[in-house]
Design a protein around this ligand. Structure first.
Ligand code: CA
Length: 361
């Protein structure tokens, strides 16, 4: 009797494992997506972060979830990534959300606003400080969810044909500046231009624009700006630590098995770490090469920095007064950043100041 029961139980066990196999296969379906990006392939930092996200997903699913990555302009222009994701032209896209501030300035916070958080604080705000929640609630209107997938660190202030010595020098200045922060310069009389990476150099060379900012030494060197505009200003006060995101169409995201959704989020986190490391690894040597090529490194004067700070605060307050989404995200980010800097001024700043003094020799 006992033996018969045992055989019966074993038989049931075998049957159970036999029907479990298709269930496992179901959780690992073969899926092929397309990812459009805002980047030319030559930028192995930004385009590299997009590729790294896709590669992580491919390897973590043993090749069953594949995402083909496209440069800006291959499927849609580089500044129309969110549109393409929203309308389902592609399943996902890697971009800087502030390019879409024309739809709603709330998009700016996903990348950076003027005098916003540095890279560490942006990452902390997004991951644990409520940033992810408030922005993804806003992105629902566009049928998208954003996953953190890159950071540039603090950017440079860009390349200027002529020196900027006073606020008067900003008046009428035609400058390529990424996204929403151009509005801050506009209040001070400059004429901001939104131009995708691949089109900036010809505009600067022809003199269609007087100045251009992109990211920092490594990317900027590749784009060749130093050949036509020798004054290289710092800091890029409009991008203290710009985030990049993978935008995913919500219908496509919700159709994924939960394990693929988890892998996708972790792929973005890996790309975020990788991207910041790539910039930190490449920028020091690139800056040395640029200086050896005759580039003139210049800091924005304290008077210009203070005027820009005031312009930014005024602009943000004006928009917050009439845009509830903007106000909600702005309050979340500002509270986090204020607390963060109160702490950073103690250990981080003390340590960095000491180390930088000694690194100079
Ligand atoms: Ca920039």
């Amino acid at each position: 009797m006992k033996r018969r029961q045992f055989i019966k139980a074993a038989g049931l066990g075998m049957a159970a494992s036999a029907i479990a196999a298709p269930a496992i296969a179901q959780s690992m379906p073969e899926i092929k997506w397309r990812m459009t990006t805002s980047w030319p392939k030559s930028l192995d930092t930004l385009y590299g972060a997009a590729e790294m996200t896709a590669r992580f997903i491919n390897e973590a699913t043993d090749g069953r979830f594949q995402i083909q990555v496209f440069a800006g302009g291959e499927i849609v222009p580089g500044l129309q990534v969110v549109d393409a994701v929203q309308n389902g032209t592609v399943e996902c896209g890697h971009t800087a959300s502030y390019y879409y501030f024309g739809k709603d300035p709330t998009f700016a916070f996903g990348t950076s606003v003027a005098f916003g958080p540095n890279a560490r604080l942006n990452q902390g705000w997004w991951t644990l400080g409520g940033g992810k929640e408030v922005l993804n609630e806003f992105y629902k209107k566009y049928n998208c969810t954003a996953f953190l997938a890159g950071n540039t660190g603090c950017q440079m202030g860009g390349w200027f044909r002529k020196e900027i010595n006073s606020l008067d020098d900003l008046k009428g200045l035609k400058m390529r500046i990424g996204g929403f922060p151009g509005r801050v310069l506009q209040k001070l009389g400059a004429v901001p231009q939104q131009i995708a990476a691949g089109d900036i150099y010809p505009a600067l060379e022809k003199g269609t624009i007087d100045a251009a900012e992109w990211v920092g030494p490594y990317d900027d060197e590749k784009l060749g700006f130093f050949k036509v505009a020798p004054n290289y200003y710092y800091p890029g006060w409009w991008e203290g630590g710009s985030m990049l995101h993978l935008f995913v169409n919500n219908d496509k995201l919700n159709a994924l098995p939960k394990n693929y959704q988890a892998i996708l989020e972790q792929a973005g986190h890996y790309a975020n770490t990788w991207c910041m490391a790539k910039y930190d690894q490449q920028n020091p040597a690139a800056l040395k090469r640029l200086l050896a090529n005759g580039v003139r490194l210049r800091g924005f004067s304290p008077a210009i920095m203070e005027a820009c700070f005031k312009s930014a605060k005024d602009l943000h307050a004006e928009i917050a007064a009439s845009n509830a989404s903007f106000k909600k995200v702005y309050d979340s980010m500002t509270g986090y950043t204020t607390d963060g800097y109160a702490w950073f001024q103690v250990a981080e700043l003390g340590y960095d100041s000491f180390m930088i003094r000694h690194a100079r020799g």
